[in-house]
Design a protein around this ligand. Sequence first.
Ligand code: KG4
Ligand code: ZN
Length: 341
Amino acid sequence: QSEEYLLAIESSCDETAAAVITRDMRILSNVVSSQTSLHEKFGGVVPEIASRAHLERILPVIDDALKQAGITLNQLTTVAVATEPGLVGSLLIGLTAAKTLALTLDIPLIAVNHIECHLFACQMQEDQPLFPAIGLVVSGGHTNLYHCSETLQFDLIGATIDDAAGEAFDKVAKILGLTYPGGPSIQNTAINGNPKAFPFPRTFLKDPELRFSFSGLKTAVLYAALGNPGAKKQPPALTEERIADLAASFQATVVDVLVAKCQQALTQYGYSTLCVGGGVAANALLRERLQEMTKQAGFRLRIAPPDLCTDNAAMAAIAWHHLDQGRIAALDLDVTPGLVR
Ligand code: KG4
Ligand code: ZN
């Protein structure tokens, strides 16, 4: 029997991505074309620019993914695409490409949920099933805790009531005059700073509910950096040293809260496995602190490797599980931009 090949397509936000994955989860290629340079000067993703860039890049990215995998279009046996959640114009470009391939090659079309893909990234390199587990997805759009009972069953048990953690990284970077995306630039700047310099609020840290809030923290950083319009005394000049202290204190605050809430969820649900995915899960301090917490408390931790944490198409290999269950999409499949659950 000849090998089965999945082409996975991801275009939910500002990364145009395609990957080829075999049935036994070998990643033959994982091409990501980042639009960072296009959105940088705006300090965030501009939806209209993103969809135009996806349109220009999607075919070359798919071509690259096939070339790097060493296969031709005709060898594909399944095509998968992330259809939710995300920016409507961006999602539509990936979906249209996937539908066209499914129709012309006469192969099954599978719709995947981008957030489920972020969690599945932890499972990809495992021989044994990881689930049941508690899952944390921390990205630019989400800070969600899930009760993952099995591979295709993820139930939301906690979320942010305002900004996502990644969004806070991006906004704070902008306040501090650091480059976009904020996660990596804050992480690098924080290396030279004192994480205890500013005692920022750790919102909901001791709250019995599984919820997050990062908008107050963002405002606290803004006031500490540039001053509070209502206050008589204005802060000192924003020196390099002060920026480093602010970045380090901000990062430590976010990490403290994320680690504490994961531990709380594991305890509340009586689970021993924690899976973490999404762009912010690439953060070195978060990874280190999660290792410490889980080791100390006797939990098992799985965090996807950094290149599978930030947006990519390989994590859409969860589509193989959909295929096994006969969850094949019809060609009138549509996108679902908003977060449904
Ligand atoms: O998962 P992702 O690539 O896209 C979304 O689905 O949102 O996440 C992007 C987010 C951005 O907010 C970015 O600043 C953040 O992940 N991020 C990081 C790091 N790398 C990316 N945040 C903290 N530390 C990092 N090293
Ligand atoms: Zn993502």
